[in-house]
Write a protein that binds this ligand. Sequence first.
Ligand SMILES: [Fe+2]
Length: 244
Amino acid sequence: MPSIRVFASAGVLALAIGAVYLFPTRKVSPTAMSDPYVALQYNMANTHDLYKSAYKTILPHLDNPPLDDLDNFLGYTRAWASSIVGHHDSEEAVLFPFLSKKVDFSKEIEQHVTVEKGLSEILKYIDRARAEPSTFEAAKLKNLVETLGGPLFEHLDQEVEDLAPEKLKVFTAEELTQAGKDLMVYVRAHSDKYVTLPFMRCHTPPELKETWPPFPWIVKRLVVPWILAPKNSGYWKYAPYDMS
Ligand SMILES: [Fe+2]
């Protein structure tokens, strides 16, 4: 009865993806996550570390690119760049307008412009190379990635520094909690679940995997590795850590 199997599979998929939206974010790390003044910086630092980790993974491959698996490698590199774009979009739409009411975030807003220009060039290069693999030159992509590296790392560190708990005391705990929720709502509505969540999971180091990202167990251990990651499984073999 193939039709029953199709409906059953579709049902499992819908149920599992629905869990991403329906399960509330849990407080999993009492020290870092239960204090909204600490949680914002903690989550931001861990998120930024994902991008740094992928950057450090991508660069050595560009010295000896996997030409027999180029589309997957470029897909992985694209997942890194597009994840940062999505992260920045969420900050510009939700977080920075909120913070800018009481804290000077003009430096970060300015840095986004430079970083986004670099990311846009990388994405354009990757898309062309995937469409016409014969045009791919690893040295050119390496140059684009390395050129972005300085401004990107500077920005990622600056932002975490400016989210220090003592700098956020101008907000109430309720305001910060609400801003964090608003940010998650935006991210859930705008990200590609087949890219963003697997990317996060396979760049989260083993010592953090039990508690971060602060998703329910079913999402981390079932939905991401078994439902979302397989769609682009060729990408994730380049990532530094396991998907589960
Ligand atoms: Fe950020």
